[in-house]
Ligand binder design. Structure first.
Ligand code: IMP
Ligand code: MG
Length: 181
């Protein structure tokens, strides 16, 4: 285990089971629809690439990059679009694929923005949810695993761009970020 990790919260196996289950539910719900998986860079990339292989339907993928956090562990509260979609989403059934729903600021902002572009439907699939930290009312249609109010890394999630490649999800030792803040 990486020495900056306090403990492993979810193992590779648990993550695999969870992602498979989400894929099955999406497959069941999106039959006959024009599914666009919209991955929010960069945290959800690992999740997206696993999830899409468990969706047994035609689908397309696209990416948006937004910034809420900078390199710290607390949300700045402002959302900036760093990269927009490559396409017009009218007529698409958009499923936002997000790594973690925390304060909800990012997804609330994105939902408003994307609704204005007139898609057929728009829903949210998040792998992790920290319900205790919610500041705005956002509801995930598909939600994988609940997370306590701790800072987690791995399986795509970072601290200061590191740890995304860990195959499991762990709680980051406080000393790693407290000495820098
Ligand atoms: P929200 O706008 O506060 O819901 O923030 C969501 C974004 O914050 C996620 O997409 C992550 O990039 C980041 N984030 C929130 N909590 C964590 C965490 O525990 N570890 C890593 N990134 C996190
Ligand atoms: Mg993110």
């Amino acid at each position: 285990m990486n020495s900056d990790i306090e403990n492993i919260l979810y193992s590779e196996e648990k993550l695999r089971e969870t992602v498979e289950d989400l894929g099955r539910r999406i497959t069941r719900d999106y039959k006959g629809k024009k599914l666009l998986l919209l991955s929010i860079l960069k945290g959800s990339v690992v999740f997206l690439t696993d999830l899409m292989r468990h969706i047994d339907l035609p689908c397309e993928i696209d990416f948006m990059a937004v910034s809420t956090y900078g390199s710290g562990v607390k949300s700045s509260g402002t959302v900036r679009i760093l990269k927009d979609l490559d396409r017009d989403i009218r007529d698409y059934d958009v499923l936002i694929v997000e790594d973690i729903l925390d304060s909800g600021m990012t997804l609330s902002y994105l939902m408003d923005l994307l609704y204005g572009r007139d898609p057929s439907s728009i829903k949210i699939c998040t792998l992790f949810d920290k319900p205790e930290r919610r500041k705005v009312d956002v509801y995930a249609d598909y939600s994988g695993l609940k997370v306590p109010d701790e800072f987690i890394v791995g399986y795509g999630l970072d601290y200061a761009e590191k740890y995304r490649n860990l195959p499991y999800v762990g709680i980051l030792k406080r000393e790693v970020y407290e000495k820098k803040e």
